[in-house]
Design a binder for this molecule. Structure first.
Ligand code: FAD
Length: 284
């Protein structure tokens, strides 16, 4: 069933680079991506706090210079309540109003989960500390989280995050639109009334995509995988095919009532903009 009662929003995600040069590239990409008229730019956060300062830096620059909301991701694994409180205070002082609240994965070498076990506890904590100040986004998994005991349990765990106070959700990427529509139907059956925005991963590099997908449990359908494998090192062919596949996916999602799209840009503007142009989302 379409989520047509929500206005469509488009957004773009970055990761915080390690170097000044990387940061300059991110800002250049952000400038170009303004043509997508994004509702917000989000910046990921290294679970356990490994990118804390660089996420702060990227968020501050986006919030100050682009006139578009910046939305930091925040993970709670291996964190304390006081550490999270400090970060929330930092963002409030900067006028940041939107946050992507996640559990994260325990970094290798770390054994202690810390004071939060799951993302629903983080959402609850943010609400308890800051009331309705933040618009809270949470993660959703059309193909189920890799650690979920069953699809049903994963859905009930998603419900906990919504009931703890999430305003909207962004999905893990996927290439099978039916998995998304099924998730939306399941949520509607449970009475979960919030926009669930599909996360879109452009295809530009097969090796990297295969590695990510193995790690996060996203499926690359066999027909896509086999074709990408067949292109070998031919990057232009991969890019052209990826553009067709992902544009078609986006068209089907929007036609089916998806309340927008969230692009995993990998700090590159080109492919996301090319998809946006084909979808008629860009300004000149
Ligand atoms: P949760 O919602 O806590 O779920 C994790 C697992 O636990 C699931 O299997 C769920 O079914 C189960 N579960 C949840 N609650 C309970 C409960 N109360 N009792 C029992 N089981 C439960 N990672 C980063 O490190 N940094 C980022 O910036 C980042 N950004 C992301 C953005 C998006 C849009 C997405 C989709 C993912 C992102 N991730 C990021 C990855 C994410 O941190 C991992 O997928 C992580 O494994 C789960 O995070 P979560 O918030 O979905 O966890």
């Amino acid at each position: 069933m379409p989520q047509s009662n929500w206005p469509q929003t488009f957004s773009c995600e970055f990761f915080p680079p390690n170097t000044d040069e990387g940061m300059r590239k991110l800002f250049a990409a952000r400038e170009e991506l303004m043509r997508m008229q994004p509702a917000f730019f989000s910046v990921t956060y290294g679970a356990g706090g490994s990118t804390r300062e660089r996420t702060f830096e990227a968020i501050q620059a986006i919030q100050t210079h682009s006139g578009v909301d910046a939305a930091p991701h925040l993970t709670c694994v291996a964190s304390t309540r006081s550490g999270i409180r400090e970060i929330l205070d930092h963002y409030r002082a900067q006028g940041i109003h939107r946050i992507v609240a996640l559990r994260g994965d325990l970094p290798s070498g770390m054994r202690e989960f810390g004071e939060f076990r799951y993302a629903n506890e983080l959402v609850e904590f943010i609400r308890a500390e800051t009331g309705d100040y933040f618009h809270i986004e949470v993660a959703a998994y059309p193909e189920f989280h890799p650690q979920a005991l069953s699809p049903e349990r994963d859905l009930l765990n998603f419900q906990r995050k919504v009931e703890a106070g999430a305003n909207s959700a962004i999905t893990q990427y996927f290439y099978n639109p039916e998995s998304y529509f099924r998730l939306v139907d399941d949520c509607q059956r449970l009475g979960l009334d919030l926009p669930i925005v599909p996360g879109i991963m452009p295809i530009t590099n097969y090796t990297q995509l295969a590695r990510f997908s193995d790690a996060c449990g996203a499926e690359i359908p066999r027909w896509i995988r086999r074709r990408l494998e067949g292109f070998g090192e031919d990057r232009d062919a991969i890019r052209a095919f990826g553009l067709d596949v992902v544009t078609d996916l986006c068209q089907r999602l929007l036609a089916g009532g998806a309340p927008g799209l969230h692009f995993y840009t990998m700090n590159q503007a080109g492919t996301t903009l090319a998809i946006g142009e084909r979808l008629g989302l860009t300004t000149d």
